[in-house]
Design a binder for this molecule. Structure first.
Ligand SMILES: [Cu+2]
Length: 115
């Protein structure tokens, strides 16, 4: 009887060990982790400076300097902006700002008037 119990115990431990191992490797390659990495990547925020050239609707147009991280040359373009952001700047202001890429649509995450 005792020997049979021991065999069962060993078999159970072996099975648990195998389970834990496969669980670990599955975690490393799991889709949820990959999704998290992709989301973190698209939420990256870029910093730039420029001058506000237009404000219309929910967008602020900025003539901005180069953005090395995404290989942008200086250019003038519109960014999505919140009401608070829009009311905090005027055309002609020099600004520093941060933005993120929402799948090809660029949205400000902050904008600050420079002295
Ligand atoms: Cu641009």
């Amino acid at each position: 009887m005792k020997n049979i119990d021991l065999v069962y115990a060993l078999a159970l431990m072996t099975a648990l060990g195998a389970c834990a191992q496969s669980g670990t490797s599955a975690d490393n390659e799991s889709d949820p982790l990959a999704t998290t990495e992709t989301a973190a990547h698209t939420e990256q925020v870029y910093l730039a400076t420029g001058e506000v050239t237009a404000i219309a609707g929910d967008r602020i147009t900025i003539a901005h300097g180069p953005v090395a991280e995404i290989e942008w040359p200086p250019m003038t373009m519109g960014f999505g902006a919140s009401e608070d952001m829009i009311s905090s700047v005027n055309v002609g202001d020099s600004v520093s700002f941060s933005f993120q890429d929402n799948g090809g649509d660029y949205a400000l995450t902050s904008i600050t008037r420079l002295p």
